[in-house]
Design a protein around this ligand. Structure first.
Ligand SMILES: [Zn+2]
Length: 122
């Protein structure tokens, strides 16, 4: 291999090295952006925010009346202050799509825990 070829090869290697460093940097930046995006659309956070909003509060009151102060799971009487919102289709598997009032039921905290992420037919 002539000197010209060796120089050319060295040059290509340094260019490749620069590109690999840039790729590493872009990869890191992309990861950071994805972390931020996932936090912004975290369905659990989205739900908690909704529940505290005026819409969420009104929904809970109406739903409590609709369920006639009873737990949707065990049908025993339920106190408004104890009522927790259960996702029929679990957040874990359905993400933001599960954050719809038609997917919510009011339950005793214990009933909610015992169901966990099983899908129950109410
Ligand atoms: Zn119950």
């Amino acid at each position: 291999m002539g000197k010209g070829s060796a120089d050319r090869l060295n040059q290509l290697y340094s260019e490749m090295f620069v590109l690999l460093e840039e790729e590493k940097k872009i990869r890191k930046e992309t990861e950071n952006i994805l972390v931020k995006a996932n936090t912004a659309i975290d369905p659990r956070k989205e739900f908690n925010k909704w529940l505290k909003s005026a819409k969420g509060i009104v929904w809970k009151q109406k739903q409590f009346e609709y369920q006639e102060s009873k737990c949707a799971y065990c049908s025993e009487s339920l106190r408004f202050a104890d009522a927790v919102v259960h996702h029929v289709l679990p957040l874990k598997d359905f993400g933001s799509a599960a954050n719809k009032p038609e997917n919510f039921k009011l339950l005793h905290p214990g009933c909610n825990l015992s169901i966990g992420t099983r899908i129950v037919d109410f």
